[in-house]
Unconditional design. Structure first.
Length: 279
């Protein structure tokens, strides 16, 4: 994690605030953006600065640290991770009821503080990893028609194929084995109870998967959904034939006909025009 974590220190005692701030500033991973002499002040700072972490004393006049944590837990503003800093051991149970990240009992050693800071960094690093995973998954889906998991499966079952070949295929579990099917071989996909039928030129594969998962893995411009339980390969669309009820039948090059419901027909017509298939 390359970015600094922002923090505030909330304590009604000035020396306590400054002492903790100095110790935090010795660690380049953290940036103390504010010192707050009261919980009320902290509420304003948190709303304005949205710090990652709040080091909060519990015993403060007016609004206690526990009351501050309770207000934050009910707030829509992004909530910082709260580390309670107090001389009173008896508040620990209540502190963790408000999902406190840690509880530093004064006076605490440099080692105890270092342990807390390392855990904080790890927690934000894990969050960043998850976020990057989601971003990469979305990017892969747009660029290759495959999710990260699908892409990994492709890599596992491939036998020396090129990356461009991997981008033109999708992996799926058929029975007890993983297979890789070229996207160009798929005519259409339909839901059948708890399973999916993937219709290809060589036959139908019965897959334990959902239509939503296929939608996430495949490019919707190439494999649009056409009704509640089916999606088609646009490159296999031969013509759209209107029905008397305002719906269409998608005639595929495989000879199959797939119903196109009203909800999806306009999107399909737009894709058809852009793709230049026959009327």
């Amino acid at each position: 994690m390359s970015r600094q974590l922002t923090a505030i220190v909330v304590d009604d005692e000035r020396l306590a605030r400054e002492g903790l701030m100095l110790r935090l500033n010795d660690d380049t991973r953290f940036n103390v953006v504010a010192q707050c002499p009261s919980a009320h002040h902290a509420l304003d700072v948190i709303e304005q600065c949205q710090p990652n972490i709040a080091f909060v004393d519990i015993e403060m006049p007016g609004l206690s640290g526990l009351e501050l944590a309770e207000l934050l837990s009910n707030n829509t503003t992004p909530v910082p991770k709260v580390v309670f800093v107090t001389a009173f051991r008896e508040f620990a149970l209540h502190a963790f009821e408000f999902q406190a990240f840690d509880y530093l009992l004064k006076p605490f050693s440099d080692d105890r503080l270092a342990n807390c800071l390392s855990k904080l960094v790890d927690s934000f690093f894990d969050s960043d990893v998850v976020l990057q995973h989601l971003k990469l998954d979305a990017l892969l889906s747009r660029k290759t028609g495959n999710s990260i998991d699908g892409f990994i499966r492709n890599l596992e079952v491939t036998s020396g194929g090129s990356m461009s070949e991997l981008q033109r295929s999708v992996s799926m579990k058929s029975g007890s084995e993983w297979i890789r099917v070229k996207l160009d071989d798929i005519s259409w996909i339909e839901a059948a109870g708890d399973y999916m039928c993937v219709h290809t030129w060589e036959g139908t594969h019965i897959i334990r998967k959902t239509l939503k998962q296929f939608e996430q893995e495949l490019d919707p411009r190439l494999f649009p959904r056409v009704n509640r339980s089916a999606m088609i390969n646009m490159s296999k669309l031969k013509r759209l034939t209107p029905n008397s009820n305002g719906e269409y039948l998608a005639q595929l090059t495989s000879g199959d006909s797939v119903k196109v419901s009203r909800k999806y027909k306009f999107k399909l017509e737009e894709l058809r025009k852009n793709g230049g298939c026959e009327d």
